[in-house]
Design a protein around this ligand. Structure first.
Ligand code: PLP
Length: 374
């Protein structure tokens, strides 16, 4: 199999698993217990917290472990308007992941919400965001888009809105490009482990010091009363291990993946009617996204199924909508037609992807398009 869906999830590294195993076997204690077995788990979790904090230039007390990006996003949105009562209005980018857009739909029943439009490249302009610079407003804009890979100018957008609270979903960018909470000036940020060769089911939420944030999930007093539930020690240790490794190897990984994306771009540049939605600049080094100009005559699902028959795993962008094959809300927000938003292919690579795999995938896509048009 040629795996080109690394933005959906990645293969967990063997050394990540090795780092996790003791916490699933002999060191199974509850980190809240006062005896040695529990205290050892507590030490491991606090070390992991310090490691994640160091990656993003935060203080360890600003890092809260969650079950992943979805929980981190839900927690910020819901707690800000409900439990913490910090905001009355939420404004989010039009191309956000469903882990932002779907909770927003629910919150819209009781709170004021708004969708911030993007330009034709999927980027939010600073003039557009300025109107949300109001006290008691939460703005949520993702760092990098999971379908097209475009990077939003978070630092600039944040600086336009000093009155508002600012959250960024950094699930796709974390560990792939630098992310510094001080430089970006955000109040909240969401992260996930399984996009960087870590385990599934664990992530983190950055909450800036000084914000009076209350738990969205109630129960025990874990995570300093901000996220109830026994900490998943092994997952947390695996997350920190994968994150430290991603940061150590960031430059080398980015150079490798970027060269593969450039190769794919070149190989597919002459395919008639294939439109690349990932600009060459200000994008993640791991994603390239295409749609079809004459999508009304081609079945987008058939492209992905044909790639699968060739042994190539790719998707149309968002793992959460593939299978049901809806039109991409990201492309629609960028002003594309419904048909084009349905016939899309995203290739996302990792440090394990090879040049040969890219050449095979490009040739396969060309053949598939020729036969489907046939
Ligand atoms: N946010 C973005 C941008 C994502 O790409 C994803 C996963 O695809 C999520 C949030 C959800 O993260 P998780 O799978 O850890 O819940």
């Amino acid at each position: 199999m040629i795996y080109l869906d690394n933005s959906a999830t990645t293969q967990m590294d063997e050394d990540v698993l090795t780092a996790m195993l003791p916490w699933l076997r002999q060191d199974y204690g509850n980190a809240s217990s006062i005896y040695g077995l529990g205290r050892r788990a507590r030490v491991a979790i606090e070390q992991a917290r310090a490691d994640i904090a160091e990656c993003i230039n935060a203080h360890p007390a600003e890092i809260f472990f969650t079950s992943g990006g979805t929980e981190s996003n839900n927690t910020v949105l819901k707690s800000c308007v409900d439990e913490s009562a910090l905001a009355d209005t939420i404004a989010v980018g039009a191309t956000e992941h469903h882990a932002i857009l779907h909770p927003l739909e629910i919150l819209a029943q009781k709170h004021t919400t708004a969708i911030i439009p993007v330009d034709e490249n999927g980027v939010i302009q600073k003039e557009t965001v300025q109107m949300y610079n109001l006290p008691r407003t939460l703005i949520s804009i993702m760092h990098a888009n999971n379908e097209t890979g475009i990077i939003q100018p978070i630092q600039e957008l944040r600086s336009q809105c000093p009155e508002a609270l600012f959250h960024t979903d950094a699930v796709q960018s974390f560990g792939k490009i630098p992310f510094d909470v001080q430089q970006l000036g955000v109040d909240f940020a969401s992260f996930s482990a399984h996009k960087i060769h870590g385990p599934k089911g664990v992530g983190a939420l950055f909450i800036r010091k000084g914000i009076d944030f209350k738990a969205h999930q109630q129960g025990g007093g874990q995570e300093r009363n901000r996220r109830a539930g026994t900490e998943a020690t092994a997952l947390i240790v695996g997350f920190a291990f994968a994150a430290k490794k991603a940061y150590r190897e960031m430059q080398q990984r980015a150079a490798h993946t970027h060269s593969l994306i450039a190769l794919l771009r070149k190989e597919l540049s002459d395919v008639e009617g294939l439109h690349c939605n990932t600009p060459e600049e200000n994008t993640l080094p791991t994603i390239i996204h295409f749609s079809l100009d004459h999508a009304d005559t081609i079945d987008g699902e058939a492209i992905l199924q044909s790639l699968d028959i060739c042994g190539i795993a790719a998707s149309n962008g968002s793992a959460c909508v593939s299978g049901s094959m809806q039109s991409s809300h990201v492309l629609l927000a960028m002003g594309r037609s419904k048909a084009e938003a349905k016939a899309a292919v995203r290739f996302s690579v990792s440090r394990h992807t090879t040049k040969e795999e890219i050449q095979i995938a490009a040739a396969a896509l060309k053949d598939i398009l020729t036969s489907l048009r046939g």
